[in-house]
Design a protein around this ligand. Structure first.
Ligand SMILES: C[S@@+](CC[C@H](N)C(=O)[O-])C[C@H]1O[C@@H](n2cnc3c(N)ncnc32)[C@H](O)[C@@H]1O
Length: 284
């Protein structure tokens, strides 16, 4: 049975308020396909009855939380788009290593880390290309709204299909071990990444000041004012000379004017404009 307009509006308002994900009319199929299994597993006779029950209950309980989780798109893969990882290897890490040679520490954030492939890709890259960092304090934090995705990232177990997507065979052999459910990241690499559940539209707490922020393929789900708030938030948590990487179809242009894009091979790296960096340096 197709979703009524009222029920679709209720779900899209809930998604907007709790995750900032925008579901415009036309996305009824997505709501239906993501929420049908939830309604079934909850024993509801239809998705409509399930949504009506949520409306009646009001507030924000477990049921609402599960709905938000189900509406997130967790698509990701190892070394997604390749070029950003070239920029990290050829320019960003060497630059950070010069800048932070005294403290010997690097802080990296994979915002919207989904099931962890992006953060583990960075960890493998550091291990492979920068062995000298073994004596540095390297922190990679992965955060995502979806607690299911965060749990999977922490476990670090991926199916054969998932490891076939983007992961070079030599890295699979070196950094994973075969387990019943597929391939698990070896404990020493898993220890390099700290995964946490965090909603980008709520308070960002306990984050260090980052040298590199990867906020890729998540801004696309938000409206312009939410994108701006998130970019402003990153501005306050990034070293003045730090770097931001966005997804291939995302930009700061016409969203937040504190940023400028710099070509780095075949990818764009976003930096804070000069005077912002200077102001923040003074404030530190
Ligand atoms: C398409 S994945 C991107 C994963 C990875 N960054 C990449 O580029 O491959 C988008 C992720 O954003 C997360 N997300 C959506 N809304 C969010 C929010 N309000 N706060 C934090 N994460 C959110 C989803 O749970 C999902 O895992």
């Amino acid at each position: 049975m197709p979703l009524t307009k009222e029920r679709f509006e209720f779900v899209s308002q809930l998604a907007l308020q709790r995750s900032a994900i925008v579901l415009k009319p036309g996305k009824e199929y997505l709501v239906q396909s993501r929420l049908d299994p939830l309604a079934k597993s909850g024993g509801y006779e239809s998705l409509g009855v399930f949504i009506d029950d949520m409306r009646r209950k009001g507030g924000f309980g477990e049921m609402h939380r599960l709905v938000i989780e189900a509406l997130t798109t967790n698509e990701t893969l190892f070394f997604r788009d390749l070029h950003p990882f070239d920029a990290i290897e050829k320019k960003l890490i060497p630059e950070i290593m010069v800048r932070r040679a005294k403290e010997r520490r690097i802080d990296i954030w994979s915002g919207a880390s989904s099931t962890g492939q992006e953060a583990y890709s960075v960890a493998m890259l550091l291990r492979e290309k920068f062995p000298e960092l073994a004596s540095w304090k390297v922190t990679i934090i992965g955060t995502d709204l979806s607690s299911k995705a965060v749990e999977k990232a922490r476990r670090g177990i991926y199916s054969q299909i998932e490891v076939n997507r983007g992961l070079p065979m030599p890295l699979l052999v070196k950094y994973f071990e075969k387990v019943d459910a597929g391939w698990q990241i070896r404990p020493d690499l898993r220890k390099m990444v700290d995964f946490r559940q965090m909603n980008l539209i709520e308070q960002w707490s306990h984050l260090p000041r980052f040298d590199l922020v990867m906020m890729r393929n998540v801004l696309i789900y938000f409206d312009v004012s939410t994108r701006k708030k998130i970019l402003d938030g990153i501005q306050n948590t990034l070293h003045p000379e730090g770097a931001l990487l966005l997804g291939a179809s995302e930009t700061t242009l016409n969203v937040a004017d504190a940023w400028q894009a710099e070509n780095c091979g075949r990818t764009l790296v976003y930096r804070l404009k000069g005077e912002r960096g200077a102001t923040r340096t003074l404030a530190n």
